[in-house]
Design a protein around this ligand. Sequence first.
Ligand SMILES: [Zn+2]
Length: 401
Amino acid sequence: MAIIFRNGKIITGTGEIFRKGLVALAGPIIDYVGPEKRLRTSKNDQVIDLMGNTILPGIIDCHVHLCMDGSPDSMVSLLKESIPILTLKTAHHVRLTLEAGLTTVRDMGGRDYVDISIRDGIRSGLLPGPRMVCSGKMICMTGGYGWPYSREADGPEEVRKAAREQIKAGADVIKLMATGGILTKGVDPGAAQLSLEELRAGVEEARKADRRTATHAQGKEGIKNSLRAGIDSIEHGISLDDEAIALMLESKAFLVPTLSPPERIVGEGVKAGIPSSLIERARSAMKRHLDSVVKAYKMKIPIAMGTDAGTPLNRHGENLKELELLVKMGMSPMEAIVSATKTASEVLGLEGKIGTLEKGKLADLIVVDGDPLEDITLLQKKGRIKIIMKEGQFYKSHLHA
Ligand SMILES: [Zn+2]
C-alpha cells in the first residue's frame, strides 16, 4: 500500500515550491515529489487530498535539552528529580516535541544518560517521539558551565577520556563547553573555559569514532578556540567578531544561534519569578547576540535552527517560536524553514536521509493549515499542524477533523 498526498502546496526544504503538487510514498521512503500528475493507483493505496494545505519536511531542532522541563528553575529540577521521575518527564517532553511538528531533535546535554535511554526507547517503538541525536553528558572543565550535570574534565587527556566515555554510553555527538553561560551561578558567561588543547583532544576523539562535535560558545575567545580545534557547530555564538566569522567561513562550521532562551527570560522572567540578576544577564547578552547572528547571516554562515528548549521558560512543544525569531532577525520565512529542515539535517550529518522532501529520503513530513511563507507563526499555533508523519508513520492525522 502506498500513501499519496495530492493537491497540496509543497515546500521541499531545498528552497523549491510546488504550488499544486503531489508527494507519494513507498513505505517509509519518499518515491515522488513534484507537480500533480496522473498516478496509477491500486485500490489499497491511501490517497489524501490536502485541499491546498501546505506540506513540508518534518522540522528539526538542533539544540534541545529534553531532560530539562522548561520551568523557571529548570536546572534545579533537573538535578533534584529521581531517575525514574526524570525519565517519565523526558518521555512526556519527547511527546510534546513530536506533537509540535518536530520529527528530529539533537539533545545537547541531559543527565545520567536518560536522553540516550529515551532515544533508544523511541527507536524500538516503546514510546512516541522524534528521532533523537544525543550528546549524553556535556563535557566541561571543573566548575565550568553546567558542571552539576556534566562530565568535568581537565587537561587534554581527561577530555579525551570524557569523550570516550560518552561514545561508550552511546552518544551520537560530543558537546564541549568552551565558555561560561548565563545559567550557572558564579560562572562568567563570556569567559573561555575548556582550552584550545582540551577542545582539540575532544574533537580528535569524536572524529575517530565518526561523531560530530558541538560547542557551547558565547564569548569570542572560546568561539575561536572551538573553531581552531575544528568544531562542527557553534551553539549560541553570542559574541562573533570579524575574526570569528572568518574562521567560521574557513572551517565551514555551522551556527546554531538559539534566540529563544534570552527572549523567554527577558520577556516572561519577571512574571515567572526569575531572579533579576539572571534577567539582567540575559538582557545584556540579547543585543550582542542579535548583532552577531545578523552579521553571520549577512556573511552567509550556514545557520541551523535550535531552541535550547528545556531551559527556563523555554517549554518543550513551543520550539517553533524560534522560526518567528529567525524571521524577525532578518531571514525570509523560506530561509527560516530551510534552516530548520535542510541546513539542520546537515548539522546532524543526516542530509542523506532527512531534511528535505526528495525522492529516496525518509518520509518525515508535516501538513499545516495555511501558508507558513505568508505567516511563519502559523507553525506555532495550536491546531494548525494537521498531519505529522515520521518514517512513513502517522503520529497525527487531523486534516478533515
Ligand atoms: Zn543548551
